[in-house]
Ligand binder design. Sequence first.
Ligand code: EPZ
Length: 422
Amino acid sequence: MDSILVTGNGPLTGDIPIAGAKNACLTLMPATLLSEEPLTLTNAPRLSDIKTMTALLQSLGAEVTSMQDGQVLAMSSHNIDNHTADYDIVRKMRASILVLGPMLARDGHAIVSLPGGCAIGARPVDLHLKALEAMGAELDLKDGYVHAKAPGGLKGGTVEFPFVTVGATENALMAATLAKGTTVLKNAAREPEIVDLAECLRKMGAQIEGEGSSEITIQGVDRLHGATHPVVTDRIELGTYMLAPAICGGEVTCLGGKISLLGAFCEKLDAAGISVEETAKGLKVARQNGRVRAVDVTTEPFPGFPTDLQAQMMALLCTAEGTSVLEEKIFENRFMHAPELIRMGADIDVQGGMATVKGVDRLKGAPVMATDLRASVSLILAGLAAEGETVVNRVYHLDRGYERVEEKLGACGAKIERIKGQ
Ligand code: EPZ
């Protein structure tokens, strides 16, 4: 297993290119199952999760061709000859459940393994299933698989989500495009990835209104045609790299970044004393002066503070002036980066879903363990400004969601290298 060696090396200056969004691409790819015509995605990120989704779609009979060094995905699902998404692939990536709605909508049957939980929580899929049942699907759970049927096709219905769920909104949105009649999704997720998916489905001929608000209405159509669609910029990668100059000092422009992608995150950076300026190139980020100020953070669905940036924000607040309280309200176990940051000298007290961070002058480099995707990158951010060397182990987590981290940060002056595992 590879590791990343980071050595605290002072302020960063330069530009960081931001890739297409992993979490948009992972729902745009299954959309190919809704049409027999080709769907091509551009600005696709080069990540291991995309390779996993590619393998899953190919196992169903879809053709997926990666071009231009992985930035273009040409897909075609004219002959789906297998309707079973196997546990071996699904267990590697929860987003695999997103093939269920499209397969069911297009062919009236699908068998998809239930994804296991993961490090950050149990992460059930009950709301995905309830949404499809509201559209007339008949579901049976057998041997860890969902057996779904919709003889005569799905029917429009009203889906009321008890709380915001990104994935279930995406599954229901895709399924509803081919359902007979009108579907209304209430308390729908508002993330930019949902808006991006709706824009792509509309290019394919879907009739959708209200994406980005908490109520989305879909008029089902008989069939969808092919399209070409650029994957929206990755707001989580964007926020992650904005925190690098915030932690180290200096000035970095995140190319292609827009404040509209980040909701409350930019407000919190401003409160912490980090300046963010939107320019034609992207978002220019610098520390206003001296130390960072402590701020309190509560994770919420978009446009609230993203849970996927909580670990990275904690890395910043470890050396802020004062005490910050971070409340994680989306997942039940998303503070696994805290014990690793404590190994680096951070002062953090975790009680259930609350973490209290008392700022210290400087962290000290240490060997640390990545436990999940966002925790791994928060340890790299902490290592950028720590005294001495930090070795982040198990970086396969990192490669799921961040392409070429050492290149992107190294180009701005960071001392960072990948150590090949034996
Ligand atoms: C998506 O996961 C993202 N993943 C996550 O990013 C992100 O953290 C999350 O949305 C929240 O923004 C992808 O898009 C591939 P949810 P998802 O359904 O759809 C519970 C990353 O780091 N829930 O909004 O799985 C669930 O357990 C990843 O890139 C149910 O109880 O998240 C969680 O507590 C991590 N039943 C909460 O809802 C369900 O049927 C929100 O989950 C579905 C969800």
